[in-house]
Design a protein around this ligand. Structure first.
Ligand SMILES: NC(=O)c1ccc[n+]([C@@H]2O[C@H](COP(=O)([O-])OP(=O)(O)OC[C@H]3O[C@@H](n4cnc5c(N)ncnc54)[C@H](O)[C@@H]3O)[C@@H](O)[C@H]2O)c1
Ligand SMILES: N[C@@H](CCC=O)C(=O)O
Length: 515
């Protein structure tokens, strides 16, 4: 009997002992840095000449690890292994597959701070963000294991006298799992867990900059008893092996989380049927956002300013859910803007290994350059209120930046910046605020702050986003409580951490027996 699901609690770092334990984990991980990490295909470690060097984004000199890089030959080898392993893995009982996830969750829970410490150093996450990322990874394992136990019973269908009907959900085949770097543990582990617990085999191609934490997860899966060949660890550049894996005739599905550009490319390529291919590939794509917080004239304005600042600058704004547009009713615009600027000026920025820093770096030089170029665009399109500068001499640091008085049609109101960057826009009234919020190709998260019930109900109907929050910020979905995923160019309308997510990794089979 499995205990009911509850999300993993976050660590309270105001408690001295918790801080000491986290410091100890950081010291342990720092002592392990710089190791080599091989590919894992059918359990076999394979070292390659070509490497990905994973760096600490707050200190470019510090190598987190050197990771072997799959080329096309090795990607092919992994595909053959996964294809072969599928013939046996699909027959494992769902309960046993679920047990492997339960066991993996237990292992990670015991080593929680160690995983979070890797996220501080490899992904540049401040302590609380790293802790939440690890907790979310545990949640995905716990939640999908329970969901699999449910799904294994199938759904009831009607039977007739002398006829017995049964509908069950069977796995698809080999899946290519392509996660992003920003939730380097949670999303990577969640996507992989969903695919394997449903009986599929996997080629896991982690994001380039966060391949070490993915290797650590592979070790946990092995320790939890996952047979060789079920998940094959094939790090590499998306541009080198991505197309090959997506195009492969034996790829049955692609589970992708990342940018709109790459998601659309995968979606298009996966639609092409190659010679010898026996199926239409399934694509689960979770993509970007241009998320808005709406503040109505009768909102709690202090809560509104705090919600905007936290949602915009938590993890340097590098969340698909981050608030990048603050849409404020004209009657309270000046007050909310002024308070948000004040709060932003109080934020501490620096290496996230130091607990006192609220915000760390952005992920790499490419991200740094992209965000700085949007700051230049912002200077043309709005009034710079705070921030606007960056320093990449040691790590990739950008000051939290607010632009005011931005027109609803400006580029910075439409294009995903993915950094510590928010545009403030004035709305004439609540209806106008909703119109501005919906005026984007994305539809991922949104928040509305108001005490006006009628306006909340209007937003419930008309604010077209997958995750809509009232009287709070727009980040921080919790597995099982806030199934996560968006509309339009934010993806394929899937809901990670929700009760219907596992169905995406299965196909339904009806067996009807005449009695
Ligand atoms: N909707 C969500 O749940 C969600 C969650 C996290 C991040 N995101 C989005 O992810 C983006 C940031 O992540 P990112 O920078 O890692 O995104 P990205 O699209 O650059 O990369 C994502 C993954 O795709 C791989 N990739 C790159 N080119 C490829 C190709 N041609 N074929 C196959 N794979 C390829 C990368 O190696 C990486 O593993 C943002 O747009 C953010 O909004 C969305
Ligand atoms: N699920 C996370 C966002 C994941 C994307 O980056 C949140 O709700 O803030």
């Amino acid at each position: 009997m499995v205990v009911p699901y509850k999300h993993e609690p976050f660590t309270d770092f105001t408690v001295e002992i918790n801080r000491q334990e986290f410091e100890a984990a950081l010291a342990k991980v720092e002592a392990e840095l710089g190791k080599n990490y091989d590919l894992i295909i059918n359990g076999e470690r394979i070292a390659t000449e070509d490497k990905i060097v994973s760096l600490n984004p707050s200190n470019k000199e510090q190598i987190i690890g050197t990771v072997s890089r799959a080329n096309i030959d090795l990607a092919e080898k992994a595909m053959q292994v996964a294809d072969e392993t599928f013939t046996t893995w699909k027959k494992w009982k769902p309960e046993v597959r679920a047990d492997i996830l339960f066991k993996a969750a237990a292992i990670i829970r015991r080593r929680k701070h160690e995983f979070s410490a890797y996220l501080v150093l490899e992904a540049g996450k401040p302590w609380n963000e790293a802790d939440a990322d690890t907790a979310e990874g545990i949640d995905f394992l716990e939640y999908y294991a329970r969901q699999m136990l449910q799904l294994s019973k199938g759904f009831a269908v009607e039977s007739r006298p002398f006829e017995h009907n049964k509908l069950s959900y069977i796995p698809l085949g080999v899946g290519v799992v392509i996660p992003p770097w920003n939730f380097a543990f949670a999303i990577m582990a969640g996507m992989t867990a969903a695919a394997l617990v449903t009986g599929n085999t996997v080629l896991l191609k982690p994001a380039e900059t966060t391949s070490v934490i993915a290797y650590k997860f592979m070790e946990v899966l092995e320790e939890a008893g996952l047979p060789n060949g079920v998940v094959n660890y094939t790090p590499g550049y998306g541009s080198e092996i991505g197309d090959y894996l997506v195009d492969h005739k034996r790829t049955r599905f692609i589970s992708f989380t990342g940018s709109k550009a790459v998601g659309v490319r995968i979606y298009e390529r996966a639609a092409k049927v190659h010679p010898g291919q026996l199926w239409l590939k399934r694509v689960v794509a979770e993509m970007g956002g241009k998320d808005a917080v709406i503040v109505d004239k009768d909102a709690d304005l202090e809560l509104a300013a705090q919600s905007i600042v936290k949602s915009a600058f938590g993890f340097s704004g590098q969340k698909c859910s981050a608030c990048s547009r603050a849409i404020i009713h004209q009657d309270v615009y000046d007050e909310v803007l002024e308070r948000a600027v004040e709060l932003t000026k109080e934020l501490t920025i620096g290496a996230p290994a130091d607990f006192n820093n609220f915000m760390g770096p952005v992920t790499d030089q490419k991200a740094f350059d992209k965000i700085m170029s949007y700051i230049e665009i912002g200077k043309e399109e709005g009034r710079l209120m705070v921030g606007g500068t960056g320093d990449n001499s040691k790590g990739f640091f950008i000051q939290p930046t607010i632009f005011a008085d931005v027109n609803e049609d400006a580029r910075i109101m439409h294009e995903e910046v993915f950094g510590p960057f928010v545009a403030f826009c004035k709305a004439n009234d609540f209806d106008h605020a909703l119109e501005i919020a919906n005026n984007t190709e994305y539809g991922l998260t949104g928040a509305v702050l108001t005490r006006n019930r009628e306006n909340l109900e209007k937003a419930r109907e008309d604010f077209h986003v997958g995750n809509l929050y009232f009287n709070r910020g727009c980040t921080g979905a919790i597995v099982g409580y806030h199934p996560f995923g968006g509309f339009n160019m934010s993806g394929t309308d899937s809901k990670a951490g929700g009760p219907d997510y596992l169905l995406l990794f299965t196909q339904a089979k009806l067996v009807s027996e005449q009695l």
